[in-house]
Ligand binder design. Structure first.
Ligand SMILES: O=C(O)CCC(=O)C(=O)O
Ligand SMILES: [Fe+2]
Length: 213
């Protein structure tokens, strides 16, 4: 019996992509990765998000229940829809499969204790932004890693704006363009960041958090 368990444990296979992300996180608290998902999956998720958007399924994102709408709008202008994993359609299921594989890997190799995740679609229309912030709430530090997956297609131009800017504590700001298929992962409790105003087009993404406890 013990023998069987041991054999199971030894079946662990090193994943170079995940190892790179882990090394980046250890070194600088963030990682930018351009091949986390298959491009076909990104295309399908983009189509899904566009359908939701066209059917007005997305809601204005809030920043907390005590803040009124005009203040909220001065802080963030995106529209979101949470993805319910239990109701996921085939492309969302593939998305969560990749996330779960990553989560299991982190827990096995880094003992990160990730138990839950939450993800939402996001659309930033022209003129919107999200001011500099930290992704953790007061009295709730369960968000461990933030993940942003960009769904813009390859016509996205750098002059469209909408850059993610990360502010590491001891070094210069890092500017990241929301390019097709790019995934950015960072320490939710450590790195302040912002979304710069979108000048053109509609900025599409899925954002989420890997959470402890
Ligand atoms: O879309 C991005 O690049 C970041 C979004 C973000 O910071 C958030 O939703 O908390
Ligand atoms: Fe954020």
């Amino acid at each position: 019996m013990a023998q069987t368990l041991l054999t199971g444990d030894l079946s662990f296979k090193e994943n170079p992509l995940f190892e790179k992300i882990i090394q980046d996180l250890l070194k600088q608290n963030y990682s930018v990765c351009d091949n986390f998902f298959e491009l076909q999956l990104i295309d399908n998720l983009r189509d899904r998000l566009k359908i939701l958007h066209n059917h007005s399924e997305l809601k204005k994102a809030a920043i907390g229940n005590k803040v009124n709408e005009s203040i909220s709008k001065a802080i963030r202008g995106d529209y979101i829809q949470w993805i319910d994993e239990r109701l996921a359609n085939p492309e969302e299921r593939l998305f969560f499969e990749a996330i779960n594989t990553f989560k299991t890997y982190l827990n096995m190799t880094c003992f990160m204790g990730i138990l839950h995740q939450e993800f939402h679609y996001a659309v930033y229309p022209k003129g919107t932004f999200y001011k500099r912030h930290l992704d953790t709430f007061q009295n709730d530090d369960r968000r461990k890693l933030s993940m942003v997956c960009y769904l813009n297609d390859d016509s996205w131009d750098k002059t469209n704006g909408g850059e993610l800017v990360i502010y590491p504590e001891n070094s210069n700001e890092v500017i990241i363009h929301p390019l097709l298929g790019r995934v950015v992962i960072f320490e939710s409790q450590l790195l302040e960041h912002e979304v710069r105003p979108v000048f053109n087009d509609m900025r599409l993404s899925i954002t989420g958090w890997l959470k402890t406890r």
